[in-house]
Ligand binder design. Structure first.
Ligand SMILES: Cc1ncc(COP(=O)(O)O)c(C=O)c1O
Length: 368
């Protein structure tokens, strides 16, 4: 007789499902028998990492028989200097995803609640559920944006963590620092408020020095090397927070949670910020071109402040399959309850041309 392992698992497992990532290129090639494909599904940096980061990874490769520095000393020192904070205020993670999970697990458990927007990054809901806490998904405003007032009203005595992506993925919306500060002012002082800035570099001019400008005792700013820094495959991110919050989170952090090549790559990438910001500028130029092209065809789902654009069409699912047939991989927003949206990461100029030239005939065919 086979065992029903879900019955054996912790109660919250029943309400969980595995995170569904963007389809890998290899999978699409296998499925469709194609020779090449363009992945525009995971908001990666299509230009790749800084050559200095690549060199650092190659150098680190010869050292991987050793454990990494479990305290990420050098990277933490660099990040502390960059953010003008104490080293004890930096929490490194295996991707900012892990940082989010550690923080939610550290502060919220059964009987507690975690508040986020229904259109917020899906990991907040998954991490809350995994921790056995109650996730409160607050309906959005105007279809896409976080409703900060409603989120504030959803916070009660049970709330331990509030999560807010700015800019948000998957909707690309942005709140000005003043609006975030008003929101922070409306929250109890003993709640952990994670302001997830995974796409910070694309709006650095608007957000400025968010850690120093925003004020709340429970403020956590999370950042990643996966997007503008082009190190998604390394898995490395971090948070800046009060040293007391980081000290608690460190109790839940796995030993050696960031790999040796990831540490080396992030250190080198941080030292090559001009290269990173140059690629951010390229991405923003391409994003404007894509958004204009979509708008001209009545397909723009809203302006995005991230490294992706939103396409809206009643037959979005159909369009996705037809694009995949031609080796283009966008992302459906159906898991977010937005079945008429596709999220398309901004690729290189050539990749975007391929996307657009595949898209127009698909639309023409749908209209026939
Ligand atoms: C808003 C947001 N936060 C966090 C992450 C997690 O990124 P990573 O774990 O690669 O740092 C992502 C990834 O897409 C994201 O969009």
């Amino acid at each position: 007789m086979s065992v029903d392992w879900l019955q054996q698992a912790v109660p919250q497992a029943a309400g969980l499902y595995p995170y569904v990532p963007g389809k890998p290129v290899e999978q699409l090639l296998r499925e469709k028998g194609l020779a090449e494909a363009v992945k525009l599904a995971s908001n990666e940096n299509p230009y790749g990492p800084s050559p200095k980061a690549v060199a650092a990874i190659c150098k680190a490769a010869a050292e991987v028989h050793r454990y990494p520095d479990g305290n990420a000393t050098t990277l933490k020192q660099m990040l502390a200097a960059y953010h003008r904070v104490d080293v004890e205020q930096i929490l490194p993670g295996n991707g900012s995803n892990e940082v989010l999970e550690i923080l939610i697990r550290s502060f919220a458990g059964p009987g507690d609640s975690v508040v986020f927007s229904r259109r917020g990054f899906i990991v907040y809901a998954l991490a809350a559920q995994a921790a056995g806490a109650r996730g409160i998904a607050v309906p959005e405003r105007d279809g896409l944006s976080h409703d900060l007032e409603a989120m504030s009203m959803a916070v009660d005595e049970s709330t331990k963590v509030v999560c807010l992506a700015n800019p948000n993925n998957p909707t690309g919306t942005l709140h000005a620092p003043e609006a975030i500060q008003r929101f922070l002012d409306s929250l109890p002082r003993d709640v952990v408020v994670i302001v997830d800035e995974a796409y910070y570099e694309y709006v650095a001019d608007v957000l400025g020095d968010s850690w120093h400008d925003l004020k709340h005792p429970g403020l956590v700013i999370s950042r990643t090397f996966s997007k503008a820094y082009g190190l998604a495959g390394c898995r490395i991110g971090y948070a800046v927070a009060d040293a007391g919050i980081v000290a608690v989170a460190n109790r839940f952090r796995e030993p050696f949670n960031v790999s040796l090549p990831a540490l080396a790559a992030a250190e080198a990438a941080l030292d090559d910020r001009d290269w990173v910001m140059d690629k951010v500028a390229c991405c923003k130029t391409e994003r404007a071109r894509l958004e204009q092209a979509l708008a001209e065809h009545g397909l723009l789902g809203g302006h995005s402040y991230g490294n992706f654009v939103l396409l809206r069409h009643a037959q979005a699912g159909n369009i996705l399959h037809k694009l995949e047939d031609q080796g283009i991989i966008p992302r459906s927003l159906a898991p977010y309850g937005m079945a008429d949206y596709l999220r398309v990461s901004v690729g290189t100029g050539r990749e975007n041309d391929r996307f657009l030239s595949a898209l127009w005939p698909i639309l023409d065919a749908l209209q026939e």
